[in-house]
Write a protein that binds this ligand. Structure first.
Ligand code: NDP
Length: 475
């Protein structure tokens, strides 16, 4: 049957756009091809010290009531030796290994074997098979988006156990926190090493691999863009979302259960941390399809940075507030609690709305309404390595007219709220906002550097129209 002429034309345009995107993408993103000394030094520093930093934070809670300075003072004054601290650190246990294996296997099972059903009954939710962005080699991967479902099933089982079955105590995660840290490290290193070997010997897509020739850089930043096992097991999507982010809310619940066990009540600060971080996690899974288009999936290769980071850094350091509150149960006065809640909700609102505005603008090519009006934008163009010219648009309306990365500002406001929920006695719960500020400021500069070389003088026009990065009038 002959295709309808308009439909055929639309298909041809779609095909042409796809070809353009493919061409445009080649050579324009991903990890660096050459490693400068600063990057190498940073990478060596992180490879050596990131696992120690995580250990130091967790150990300081377990042995020093979450004081970051006391362990150092003890060591510097000779009051304690490294061996004293190490000897008091719980080792890997069979129980923790069993729990961890079961946990990861269960998440693999949910990811691989239960196709998404949430999109069939949740209006507005985008799940099931979805396409990612075009890779530098021109591949469009398909993903089974079923993270929300995995999160719901896992949490229903958790609550069913806590309220009815009592197979295990809800404090199980807290009670095995350090032995589980060793398991998470083993998985983090194993998966990063496997990804490196796989990149060399059996990559999923050889054209999407990057070899800089520097072993440490390749190990850290990854060789393969989208390593997969079989058609569906995607390393990036699995390790970033599950077991790390599904675990985030369970870890917080376990910390709350421990407070209940130790003090006979759960403080309002613990409830705030659980609720605000729970909203952030749920948002991530509700928008998992959108996440396929973010920098993590569209630009980053899979190496130790993502593999180890998702297994260890994220579940251990993003949950420091809940851990701290087990050792220091803070009951906030009403004004403080309401202030934290409002800051957290406002941050979340800005974060979500800003991301949504850009998504809508790009999806509709500007044919939409932002705050009730047709969005304003700057027409921009860029040229790919083969000299072909392409056109794009940078929105200057809505939150994108206030600052060039107001989505990061919202994220930072939410992050600050989690920390403020812990009171002002210790520095440890504030690590998160310090880390997020460094991460997002660096990300903002990195992204703008890329956009500036991509759009040239058009990017200058855009920065003149929207002069601030994160805080209007300040930065
Ligand atoms: P963004 O969603 O901000 O995407 C940046 C890209 O958007 C640019 O490279 C450019 O791409 C395009 N763009 C920039 N300005 C405009 C504009 N005015 N109009 C239209 N398009 C524009 O970046 P991320 O992927 O880093 O962040 C996504 C979210 O994830 C953020 O909210 C962030 O806070 C969050 N995040 C959270 C982390 C955590 O650990 N909790 C870690 C990292 C991110 P193009 O080349 O297409 O023009």
């Amino acid at each position: 049957m002959a295709a309808h002429p308009e439909k055929k034309l639309a298909e041809e345009r779609k095909h042409q756009n796809m070809q353009n995107n493919i061409k445009a993408s080649q050579g324009q993103w991903g990890r660096a091809w050459e490693v400068d000394w600063f990057s190498l030094a940073s990478i060596l520093f992180l490879l050596m010290f990131a696992p120690l930093i995580v250990y130091y934070f967790i150990m300081s809670c377990a042995q020093y009531q979450c004081s970051l300075t006391d362990p150092l003072l003890d060591l510097l004054t000779g009051n304690k030796h490294l061996s004293d601290i190490w000897n008091r650190t719980p080792m890997l246990t069979y129980q923790a290994a069993g729990i961890y294996c079961l946990w990861v296997t269960f998440q693999v099972f949910l990811y691989m074997f239960i196709p998404d059903f949430c999109h069939k009954f949740l209006p507005g939710y985008v799940g099931g098979v979805q396409e990612g962005a075009v890779t530098p080699a021109g591949v469009v991967n398909k993903y089974e988006i079923n993270g929300l479902q995995a999160w719901i099933i896992t949490h229903v089982l958790w609550f069913a156990n806590a309220s009815c079955f009592h197979f295990f105590s809800p404090t199980i995660i807290f009670d095995n926190w350090i032995p589980l840290l060793w398991c998470a490290n083993i998985l983090g290193y194993a998966v990063s090493t496997f990804a490196m070997i796989k990149g060399y010997f059996f990559p999923t897509n050889a054209k999407d691999c990057k070899f800089t020739g520097n072993f440490f850089y390749d190990y850290m930043m990854g060789i393969e863009f989208n390593p997969r096992i079989g058609k569906w097991f995607d390393f990036k999507l699995f390790f970033n979302g599950r077991p790390g982010i599904v675990a985030w809310t369970l870890i917080n619940l376990s910390f709350a259960a421990k407070q209940q066990e130790l003090y006979g009540e759960v403080t309002n600060s613990m409830i705030l941390v659980n609720v605000l971080q729970g909203i952030y996690v749920l948002d991530f899974f509700w928008n998992e399809a959108w996440y396929l288009k973010t920098i993590d999936i569209c630009h980053d290769h899979f190496g130790w940075y993502l593999g180890w980071g998702d297994c260890v850094w994220l579940p251990y350091l993003y949950t420091l507030q809940g851990l701290y509150l087990v050792y220091h149960p803070v009951q906030l006065c009403t004004a403080h609690a309401v202030g934290v809640l409002l800051l957290g909700l406002l941050g979340y609102y800005i974060f979500r709305t800003t991301n949504h505005q850009k998504d809508l603008f790009r999806r509709t090519n500007g044919n939409c309404r932002i705050w009730g009006k047709k969005p304003q934008h700057i027409e921009c163009s860029y040229t790919s390595v083969d000299g072909t010219k392409y056109y794009s648009k940078l929105m200057t309306s809505g939150f994108w007219g206030w600052a060039r990365h107001f989505n990061y500002t919202g994220d930072l406001m939410g992050s600050l709220a989690y920390c403020l929920a812990c009171g002002f006695e210790h520095l440890l719960p504030y690590f998160y906002i310090i880390y997020m500020t460094i991460l997002l400021t660096h990300r903002c500069i990195r992204d703008e550097h890329r956009c500036s070389s991509k759009y040239g003088k058009d990017w200058k026009r855009y920065t003149a129209a929207v002069p601030y990065r994160l805080l209007p009038g300040i930065f």
